[in-house]
Design a protein around this ligand. Sequence first.
Ligand SMILES: Cc1cc2nc3c(=O)[nH]c(=O)nc-3n(C[C@H](O)[C@H](O)[C@H](O)COP(=O)(O)O)c2cc1C
Length: 247
Amino acid sequence: MKILYFTSTGNSLYVSKKIGGEYYSIPKLLKENSLDFEDEKIGIVFPIYNGGVPKIVEEFLNKVNIKSKYIFGVATYGAFSGSASAHLLEIGSRNGFKFSYIKEILMVDNYLPGFDMNKQIQGQAKKKIEENLMIIIKDIEAGNKYIKKGSNIMEFIRKQLEKHYNTNFEKNFSVGNNCNGCKVCEKVCPVDNIKVEHKPVFKNNCQHCLACIQNCPQKAIIIKKEKSEARFINENIKLKEIIDSNN
Ligand SMILES: Cc1cc2nc3c(=O)[nH]c(=O)nc-3n(C[C@H](O)[C@H](O)[C@H](O)COP(=O)(O)O)c2cc1C
C-alpha cells in the first residue's frame, strides 16, 4: 500500500502513518516530478481547505498516474468538511481514476484566524479521533467501499470560497523582532515560498497552509486576525517530520 499525503501541522501525516504502508509527501513528489504509482491500494491523505481539496493536492492529482484497484482518500478537517469528498471524487474522475473509498476525519482545526489552538487542543478528546481513525483503518484493510454523497449547496459554498481565493495571502503575515533567522519557516514551506535572509521574506506563491506560522519555534510569525498566540503541531508528529515532508 502507498499513501501520498500533504500536511502542514501533522494531522494528515499522523493519519497516513497510522493507516500504514509506504508514505510519500506530495510537495516532494511534485518537486522531484515523481508521478507514477502502482500498488494494490493507493491512498491520498490531505487537510480540507475551504471546504475542498487544497490547490497543491489538486495540482498533484492533475499530474499523477495512479494504477490501483483500490484508490482511497482520507481528508482531515477541523470543523466543516464542506464538499471535500465530492471535490476529490470530481478531480479523480476528471483525471481518469476512480476512488473506491473517501472518508473525512474530524481533528484539531489549525486555521489560526478561525480558532484558538489551545481551545482546539483541549477540545480534541470530544472529536474521538482514535476511534474514528480505527474505523477508517479497518475499512481500508477490508477494502470496503464508501463515498459520502455530495450536495449542491456544499459544492456551491466551496465554489464561492474558491472564487474568493486570496492570491496575496502572505500580505496578512508579519514577523516579530523575536525572529532569530532559524529558517524553520523556509524548511516547512511546501512550495519554497520563503527565503530567510535575516528574517523571512515571502514570495507570492503561498498555499495558505500556515506551516511557517504554526511551526515557528519562536512564534515570531503572526497572521492578521489570529485568535490567540498559541500554535499547534499534532502531538504524535515531530517538527523534523514536517520539515522532511515539505523541504
Ligand atoms: C487555509 C486553511 C483552510 C482550512 N479550511 C478548513 C475548512 O474549510 N474546514 C475545516 O473543517 N477545516 C479547515 N482547515 C483546517 C484543516 O483542514 C485541519 O486542521 C487539518 O486537519 C490540518 O491538517 P494537517 O495538520 O495535516 O495540515 C483549514 C486549514 C487551513 C490552513
